[in-house]
Write a protein that binds this ligand. Structure first.
Ligand SMILES: [Zn+2]
Length: 660
């Protein structure tokens, strides 16, 4: 018997200078959805993710943390891996670019490129920041370093170069022969234009970077960024022995649109030079913007996955990410839209259909799905409509158009709702005719529901597994073969599982407040959060986020980065829809600041006026329940509930005085 066809897909190998936010989560969720979908279509699938652990930024971050690079990256890799496991997104292969197997693969790839005449030694001249020990890409003489703002110097060093220029024609021929290699179409044109514009040779080693993979026999040369990081995709499935596992070339690299060029130009070029097979497809997705601007920690608008998963469940986050934007385009992220979709599509839509159907079967048929008798035309119409939707939805999945797939799937759910409302099985009596009619309606709904469950499985793995049990269907939903999915295969006379609420409705402002509060805690693990919801979930979130920063002792220079002053509260008011927050204006000597503090359950606003408090004044501004907060009031967290007690001064102190 021939084995299953193989499918290999990757997320980017994420850079370890920070921890994952919703952008990374999005790519990894999409990879997981495709993985589950492909499995249900009969493929053996390997998904790879990992951490890119070399380079100057890691050197610097480790130095700031006062630990060795190896220790720093080990903690980061651990934090990333833990998060993916926690979110139900573990990959078959997790490559760390410091793994020995990866070091060997990079050195091997280099050797092949060199043997084939694509590598030469030359001098590289560029603008260099002495403070950061790094070349500043694309900088001209006189430019300042974008990282530290200091002037750059022109520096020349010896590098190995890759003959990218020699591959212009082969690349263009390759794009022509493989028109689907770069997706979506708009990106493809961008890449072709770039390559047609001419390719410059690429410097692929450095002697000024210490923390990297050594070029054998050529120390102090180490491999530079992309030659190292991209090769991880090959490392994951065997490196030099890739033929044994049979997963190379990759079927799909999923990337953010900012790194498409490296994946669609450099990577195939390296592989062509080494005479290795080139991946089949690179798909670039867009950004999730927060209030229409790119997320960044300094803007205080970073969205973290863990608090959302704790509050609404990972399936809800997955659904939102895939439903909200067309894959490939930019989308806007807002908690408001997230919770709205949760309540309307999941709690009311899917969840409500499940509980209504189960409850009626429970009540009138003792919890056993009844057999159908002679159907009426409206039953048959619903069956036909659902059968037609199967093909349409699978087609959308195949094109990675998840938003449309889910839209069509939810249209099927809406049809079932409408069908129940029109047929009113609850209004029927208990005569034999009425009971048979009821049986037909409920069995038809249950069958529709079985099909919806199978099709939704790649996106909602946990919930659909629960629905499958609820429907009493045999085996696992993940084992159902999509190619054989047809109307009419419902197992009847089986006992339904215990009814359960799949998606409990949430109150919007309360849910958003809890998510934001958990996120703030995770983003600022060292500072005592003024609003600490006393839940097990938030404790674990904060605990995990404290890796690696909170375990470390910090130097005086790190402490000196935090600016704290004596402030005096001028006004205090409650925020509508936020039980825990007070909006304060605080005089910090040089200016009056607006600051939100999560102390509303413990302090009356009126009692705070005139009070002197300790304020962190150089925290990046952030929004809490839509209200800008520009600074933080220090408070002790007392007792298991974390009751906030404001820090104060027993002696009179001048407003604006610096705390040291
Ligand atoms: Zn610099």
């Amino acid at each position: 018997m021939p084995g299953k066809p193989k499918f290999y897909l990757t997320t980017p190998i994420y850079y370890t200078n920070g921890l994952p936010h919703i952008g990374h989560t999005y790519t990894t969720v999409v990879a997981d959805v495709i993985r589950r979908y492909k499995r249900m279509r009969g493929y053996e699938v390997v998904m790879t993710t990992g951490t890119d652990e070399h380079g100057v930024n890691v050197e610097r971050a480790a130095r700031n943390a006062g630990i060795a690079e190896s220790e720093f990256v080990a903690r980061m890799a651990d934090a990333w891996r833990t998060l993916w496991d926690e979110l139900g997104l573990p990959a078959e292969e997790f490559v760390r670019t410091t793994d020995l197997r990866h070091v060997r693969t990079v050195q091997w790839l280099f050797k092949l490129c060199r043997e084939n005449g694509y590598v030469y030694k030359d001098h590289y001249t560029g603008q260099y920041c002495i403070y950061d020990n790094a070349f500043v890409n694309d900088a001209k003489p006189g430019d300042n370093c974008p990282d530290c703002g200091r002037p750059t110097e022109t520096l020349t060093e010896e590098n190995y170069f890759f003959k990218l220029s020699a591959l212009q024609k082969p690349l263009l021929d390759f794009y022509k022969k493989n028109p689907d290699f770069v997706q979506p179409e708009s990106r493809k044109n961008e890449i072709i234009n770039f390559v047609e514009g001419g390719l410059k040779d690429l410097s692929i080693t450095r002697t000024t970077v210490r923390w990297g993979i050594p070029v054998p026999g050529e120390e102090p040369h180490v491999f530079y960024v992309w030659f190292d990081a991209l090769t991880a995709y090959l490392t994951a499935v065997g490196g030099p022995d890739y033929e044994k596992r049979g997963f190379w070339p990759a079927d799909l690299h999923l990337v953010g649109k900012d790194i498409i060029r490296f994946h669609a130009v450099y990577w195939p070029a390296f592989l062509m030079a080494a005479m290795l097979p080139v991946p089949k497809q690179v798909w670039a997705h867009g950004w999730f913007l927060m209030d229409a601007s790119k997320m960044s920690k300094s803007k205080g608008n970073v969205v973290l996955p863990r608090p959302i998963a704790h509050m609404l469940g990972m399936d809800a986050l997955r659904y939102f990410l895939l439903r909200e934007v067309v894959f490939g385009q930019d989308g806007n992220f807002s908690y408001d839209a997230l919770v709205t979709r949760y309540n309307s599509d999941l709690a009311n839509g899917l969840g409500n259909l499940a509980s209504r159907t189960a409850a009626m079967i429970e009540k009138n048929f003792g919890g056993k799905i009844p057999k159908v008798g002679k159907l009426q035309s409206q039953d048959e119409a619903l069956a036909r409509e659902t059968q037609a939707a199967i093909g349409e939805i699978l087609d959308y999945f195949e094109k990675l158009n998840f938003a449309r797939a889910l839209e069509s799937l939810w249209a099927v759910i809406a049809s079932a709702d409408k069908y129940l409302t029109t047929e009113k099985p609850w209004s029927l009596g208990d005569s034999e005719t009425d009971m048979q009619r009821q049986a037909n309606i409920l069995a038809t709904t249950a069958e529709l529901f079985r099909i919806v469950t199978v099709l939704a499985h790649p996106v909602l793995p946990d919930t659909t597994a629960r629905i499958w049990t609820l429907l009493g269907q045999p085996g696992k939903v993940s084992d159902v073969e999509l190619d054989g999915l047809r109307w009419g295969h419902l197992a009847t006379s089986v006992q339904l599982g215990k009814p359960q609420t799949l998606f409990p409705r949430v109150e919007k402002s309360e849910a958003i407040e809890r998510i934001e509060s958990m996120a703030n805690e995770e983003l600022n693990p060292i500072a005592v959060p003024a609003s600490a919801p006393a839940t097990a979930a938030s404790t674990s979130a904060a605990g995990a986020a404290a890796v690696p920063a909170a375990r470390e002792k910090i130097g005086i220079e790190d402490f000196a980065k935090v600016e704290m002053r004596v402030g005096q509260i001028k006004t205090a008011e409650r925020i509508v829809g936020a039980d825990k927050l007070l909006k304060l204006t605080v005089d910090i000597g040089s200016e009056i600041r607006q600051i939100c503090a999560g102390i509303a359950q413990y302090y009356e606003p009126e009692a705070l006026i005139g009070r002197k408090v300790a304020v962190v004044t150089n925290l990046a501004p952030r929004k809490l329940r839509g209200v800008e907060s520009n600074g933080m009031i220090l408070a002790a967290a007392v007792g298991p509930e974390g009751r906030p007690v404001l820090a104060g001064f027993p002696e009179d102190v001048e407003v604006g005085a610096r705390l040291k």
